[in-house]
Design a protein. Structure first.
Length: 322
């Protein structure tokens, strides 16, 4: 087998990593002006780019939209054939072109300016005549492409993507975007589940009503097992005469106690239950509840209100999977 030149891969990563780091020096007054321009606008961010810059533009627009900065991507050629109608008053346009010489960009730019739109250019050639009437020009230049011939957009597109992320995240912070908002925009998938853990409360997922197993402390173990079986939860809360939590009984308790007592099923549940069990508050975050279940190595736990009455039960199966 022909030997693979891993050094080329190492050089590529080093060059692109350095290109990203070099963008720090471009976070100047023009970058700050761009943030201010978008923050004060009443519309969306409209990102326009062609070729590799267009692919990066789609990603930047998607990132912005997901973190509370309304944004869309438009293809410059399609803009010249009707898609300009998608742009609204108050939008801010971000033009992406490393050279500033992309023909479609040069053709659509004057039209956008006639529409009275604010325009931000992100480019590697800030002195290009194309940008002379733009409101903001952000430098995204890199020392060299990772391509050995210094031709294929590699370091420059990686740097552009990172710079776009930087712009998006600063704007998101300025707009006061919170993790609760993130949950709204990402209701499904692994991200959605992780965010739900951060924002959702126990009362939103606990089993309650008929699904919440509860027996009185004078009930027998057999009575408790019937309740547990009927609700398909391997545990039950035990309450006193005032309806307050007196104990908790689980499948694990059953297995341990059956070795200690003859005729266990006839015994009162109060004799074999766990007294003073761990509990959850309905307003506790699911993330905190999950940690308690893990740290105590338990499968379920009662949820009690401020008076000590069990209003629900949380089973590990109710937690979100990755």
């Amino acid at each position: 087998m022909e030997q693979i030149n891993i050094q080329r891969a190492i050089d590529t990563l080093n060059l692109e990593a350095q290109a990203v780091k070099d963008q720090i020096k471009h976070l100047d007054d023009q970058f700050i002006k761009a943030v201010s321009l978008i923050e004060k606008s009443s519309g969306r961010v409209v990102i326009i780019g062609l070729g590799k810059s267009g692919h990066i533009g789609r990603k930047i627009a998607a990132t912005m939209a997901s973190i509370g900065v309304p944004a869309i991507y438009l293809h410059p050629a399609e803009c010249l054939h009707g898609d300009l109608g998608m742009i609204m008053k108050g939008d801010v346009v971000v033009m992406l072109s490393y050279s500033g010489e992309t023909e479609e960009i040069k053709q659509v730019l004057p039209v956008l300016q006639k529409m009275g739109l604010k325009i931000i250019a992100i480019t590697g050639k800030t002195d290009s005549p194309t940008w002379k009437n733009c409101d903001v020009i952000i430098d995204s230049s890199v020392e060299k492409e990772a391509c050995p011939y210094n031709l294929a957009p590699t370091s420059s597109t990686t740097a552009l993507l990172a710079l776009g992320d930087a712009l998006a995240l600063v704007l998101s912070e300025r707009k006061g975007f919170k993790k609760e908002d993130f949950a709204i925009f990402h209701p499904l998938g692994a991200i959605g589940n992780k965010i739900k853990r951060l924002t959702m409360k126990v009362k939103e997922i606990m089993r309650q009503g008929k699904a919440n197993p509860v027996v009185k402390e004078n009930a027998t173990v057999q009575d408790a097992l019937l309740i547990m079986t009927g609700t398909r939860v391997g545990a039950t809360s035990v309450v006193d005469e005032n309806g307050k939590l007196a104990g908790f009984f689980t499948d694990g308790d059953l297995r341990r106690q059956i070795q200690l007592h003859d005729n266990l099923l006839k015994k009162k549940i109060s004799e074999v239950m766990t007294k003073n069990p761990s509990t959850l508050s309905p307003d506790m975050l699911v993330a905190e509840a999950e940690k308690i279940l893990q740290n105590k190595n338990i499968d379920n736990i009662p949820v009690v209100d401020e008076t000590g009455k069990p209003i629900g039960i949380l089973d590990e199966r109710d937690l979100f999977s990755e």
